[in-house]
Design a protein around this ligand. Structure first.
Ligand code: AMP
Ligand code: ZN
Ligand code: FE
Ligand code: FE
Length: 280
């Protein structure tokens, strides 16, 4: 059986509710999932209750954007429980930073003559963590752009007219806070760091010494070779090789729970490897 440890719900920038994601995971024949909404843990209780009813192993989590020597790194934090805690408390400040940034993005778009308001974005985003994909969806609905990629390429990606940066935790600080909070930090989709395949082996030694617990080796956009290469590096570093679809529902329509673009298969063993990291 396989698992999916990277899933976004309506609580951040996904289109399906936490309970619906559990049903999709059951339909896909998965044995375990993790919910990893951006900067927020509010979907955990609903997903956990639904998973319990379905005998699906559930791992609480979140995905955080951190600064790694100037590069934007996404970190998945597993076994992070809702409530108070060193990392949990910082998530409040991170979400506050998101709100400030959303106001600035809307102002920048308006200054370029685009008719868009924060209220319209809020209506699309609903409860929880609001981000650029919600803004992109409003741009699509208003026919300012034709697609999600076009919204980013034209307006929202780094360097584009609607881009606004936001405060990010340092990667090492994030690892520290995660460990203090009982969570296992894992590097998400490492290809976004702009490294060559031969650079991965050396790149994460310092982070591993600092408490990194894994790397997302099984990612749907990767060749089988790259997945195995990354899993081998995890093995060498003594950390977990994890994986997931990065499912966002209709926000990333080609990606399905469990199988990603079609050929994703994250081995069950990822769970044991992750659990082994909780004791570090
Ligand atoms: P935010 O968290 O508000 O900075 O938005 C980041 C999210 O936007 C990512 O997690 C992706 O889901 C999505 N995203 C980022 N870049 C692109 C892109 N070029 N095309 C489509 N979606 C993107
Ligand atoms: Zn997302
Ligand atoms: Fe990500
Ligand atoms: Fe993600």
């Amino acid at each position: 059986m396989s698992v999916d440890l990277h899933l976004h719900s309506t609580i951040s920038d996904g289109s399906e509710s936490p309970a619906d994601i559990v049903e999709l995971a059951v339909a896909a024949g998965l044995s375990a999932i993790a919910l990893t909404d951006h900067d927020i843990l509010d979907g955990i209780p609903e997903a956990r209750a639904a998973a319990e009813m379905r005998d699906l192993l559930f791992i609480p989590g979140t995905e955080l954007s951190v600064d790694w020597g100037g590069a934007a790194m996404h970190m998945l934090m597993y076994f992070l429980e809702p409530g108070r805690g060193p990392l949990q408390d910082r998530l409040l400040a991170v979400r506050e930073g998101r709100s400030i940034r959303n106001v600035a993005i809307i102002a920048a778009l308006q200054s370029h003559g685009i008719d868009i308001t924060l209220e319209e974005v809020a209506a699309v985003a609903g409860e929880g963590s609001t981000g650029r994909p919600h803004i992109a969806r409003v741009l699509i609905e208003k026919e300012v752009v034709g697609s999600m990629p076009e919204a980013f390429d034209t307006w929202l990606a780094t360097g584009r007219p609607g881009y606004v940066s936001r405060v990010r935790l340092d990667a090492f600080e994030a690892i520290d806070l995660a460990r203090q909070s009982g969570a296992v930090p894992v590097i998400a989709h490492p290809h976004t760091l702009g490294l060559g395949a031969d650079e991965y082996a050396g790149a994460f030694i310092d982070l591993t010494t600092a408490g990194l617990g894994g790397i997302e080796a099984y990612y749907t956009e990767y060749s089988q070779d790259l997945r195995e290469h990354l899993a081998g590096i995890c093995d060498d570093l003594g950390i977990a090789a994890t994986g997931g679809s990065d499912f966002h529902g209709t926000y990333k329509p080609d990606i399905q729970v469990g199988i990603g673009l079609g050929d994703l298969l994250v081995p069950d063993d990822s769970i044991q490897q992750l659990v082994a990291q909780t004791g570090r």
